[in-house]
Design a protein around this ligand. Sequence first.
Ligand code: ZN
Length: 324
Amino acid sequence: MAEQWLASVDLGGTTTKIAFITMDGEIVHKWEIPTDNSNEGRNITINIAQALSEQLDELGETHDKLAGIGMGAPGPVDYETGIILNVVNLGWQDNYPLKDSLEAATSLPAVIENDANCAALGEMWKGAGNGARDLVCVTLGTGVGGGVIANGNIVQGINGAAGEIGHITAIPFGGASCNCGRTGCLETIASATGIVRLAMAELTKNELLGELSELFTKNGKITAKDVFDSARNGDLVSKKVLGEVSFHLGFVLASIANTLNPEKIVLGGGVSKAGSILLEAVNENFAKFTFSAVRDSTKLALATLGNDAGVLGAAWLIKNKLNQ
Ligand SMILES: [Zn+2]
């Protein structure tokens, strides 16, 4: 029998990414469908099953080609039971039995894991982690997610909520409000949203000149990318914001490194596309706050898989489950 594929899903609030992946982690085919969160989320797994069948048909394959399905979902997950504990924007009630629902819809063995953890596993398997078995991955996107891998395994925590790096407190008093209901979390600073907020606070403080100010006047808004682009061109406001973001990020990552001494800390997500200007600034602060034995051995790196990290990590999980 020819080699089977793994089906893999990265579930987002608006888009569901799906892929067929070989046992060696090569993506054979990938596509996206809209996430339908109506009807208390009951259509989500049904739509995924239908999408798998359609694409198998188009590729001239049958259901037997698939060995199993892995899925990354936004929210804390009980890995053993595949229950998603609570999730805000997919329509499901708390404690939704996602694994059972996915297995019933697809007739495939399934595993479910938190999406940031899947991204970390993907980077470990095929990306910047390059096989490192002790790895921390920070996803800097609209929010800030995190995944901690120790000795090749995701650290789950007692309630599936380990690795919530975005909700480490960076500003103990007087910080901005966070989605989690508290204030001053790292996410309020180092996410794309946080970076824009910091930049807007600077821009509205004074009559400021410079590239970022001009972009705001021209477009009526700014993006995190604008901040990095104009910092690269020497814009003072943007450089100040970059300094603030990299200070807090470097400080938090140093504390994580001092605790875990991972081989690598991988920065992923849309914000990490800023590249070396961000990595160098974070590295400078990271070096200040790390213990020397940690500083000499834990390296910061940019993620290399982009949007594919999640599906690759979910595929790795189901592959390992099937091999057990
Ligand atoms: Zn928070």
